[in-house]
Write a protein that binds this ligand. Structure first.
Ligand SMILES: [Zn+2]
Length: 381
């Protein structure tokens, strides 16, 4: 595979993320099954072709498998054959590409079916079982590994040490907040040996710049409404545009068209309100949540946005559209509970009840973010 030496921009981007020194590749070569002990990251925003890349590796393996004994010798170590490719994905991601066969690696515009070499798992313990049942597999593609628990990074590390294997991780390295996705992503990144950075065109209609960023937005009555900074970290989206104000859409955007309102409010207002509640003074948080839920124009969030985005020399009305989405109070609660850990499950439960929150919505998000759910509250959804 050709190394790229002149991609200064990409290299400095990788460095800014904290990557170790590693090789950066063109993404157009066929996969080299003779090399071993590699941890290859395929990173890029949604729609940059990560799944298609995985499908291509599988197709390459089919070609390589038809080669002679000479090739077999180059691609095997003990009982492991690196042309034997196994594809793993997360259970929470299986809503995507619902129209394709369940046992396929699907991408926009097509799919491949890797026979029995595919599994949908919930976490690291299941992965250990899949490893045990497939001792001759030499190349493991683990899709969207950032959706799994941190333990998975160590499970892979231990297993990789025993054999001459390759691992491929098509993953989102950045979340919609442009932060490193999570600790699992960090751990996988730290052990990587190779990276294929994929980009996509900015999907804004006025723009054709290259982009690394995943943008989350809601569509409310055909208006693009940017996700707020404190929107739940993981919300599994479908592959089709949805107008349901509870479910986000994702697109790839350049820095300029990646709108992310509410970061200042999150740290200046919301988190301090949560800290007050943690200390026993729940009332100010309850008041703001009630306003977010039932009378948003009187909320501190609305006032902050009005000052910041409207009463200024160059107004940005699109930022106000972020307040048109539903379940903003629920999102604030989920953020304080599952990301900042500053309100307890009990507080979350009673606050949700007091503001007549959509508990169905809260619980779905907690499942996706691998957190305990609320119990014994009448469903309001
Ligand atoms: Zn753009």
């Amino acid at each position: 595979m050709a190394l790229i030496n002149n991609m200064e921009q990409t290299q400095s981007f990788m460095k800014s993320l904290g990557f170790p020194d590693l090789r950066i590749h063109h993404s157009i070569n066929h996969f080299d099954f003779t090399k071993t002990d590699r941890r290859i990251l395929i990173i890029g925003p949604m729609g940059s072709g990560k799944s298609e890349f995985s499908a291509r590796i599988y197709r390459d393996s089919e070609v390589a498998m038809r080669k002679s004994e000479k090739v077999r010798q180059l691609t095997t170590s003990d009982k492991v054959d690196r042309r034997n490719v196994f594809y793993i994905r997360s259970k929470i991601d299986d809503k995507r590409f619902a129209e394709y066969p369940a046992n396929s690696i699907a991408y926009r515009g097509g799919y491949v079916v890797p026979g029995n070499n595919i599994a949908t798992i919930e976490g690291s313990f299941e992965l250990e079982k899949v490893f045990e049942s497939n001792p001759t597999v030499g190349t493991w593609i683990i899709d969207e590994i950032e959706f799994f628990d941190e333990r998975i990074a160590y499970v892979i590390d231990q297993y990789a040490k025993q054999q001459s294997l390759n691992f491929i991780f098509p993953m989102l390295i950045l979340n919609f907040r442009k932060d490193l996705f999570n600790r699992t992503a960090r751990l996988i990144m730290e052990e990587s040996t190779d990276v294929f950075p994929l980009t996509a065109y900015c999907e804004h209609p006025d723009c054709i710049a290259d982009s690394y960023y995943t943008y989350r937005f809601y569509s409310v009555e055909e208006t693009e409404c940017p996700a707020l900074y404190f929107d739940p970290l993981i919300i599994v989206g479908g592959d089709r545009l949805t107008d349901d104000p509870k479910f986000p859409n994702y697109s790839t955007r350049c820095d300029h068209h990646h709108y992310l309102p509410g970061k200042e409010y999150t740290f200046m207002t919301l988190k301090p309100l949560g800290e007050l509640a943690y200390g026993g003074n729940v009332k100010p948080l309850l008041k703001e949540l009630n306003l977010l839920k039932h009378d948003i124009e009187r909320s501190e969030l609305y006032n902050h946005f009005f000052e910041k985005f409207i009463k200024v020399a160059s107004p940005q009305p699109i930022m106000m559209d972020a307040l048109k989405v539903s379940c903003i109070a629920e999102k604030a609660l989920i953020y304080l509970f599952s990301e900042e850990n500053i309100i307890s499950a009990g507080q979350m439960q009673s606050l949700a009840k007091e503001i007549k929150a959509d508990v169905g919505y809260i619980n779905e998000r907690l499942v996706e973010n691998r957190k305990m759910q609320l119990a014994d509250v009448d469903k309001e959804s």
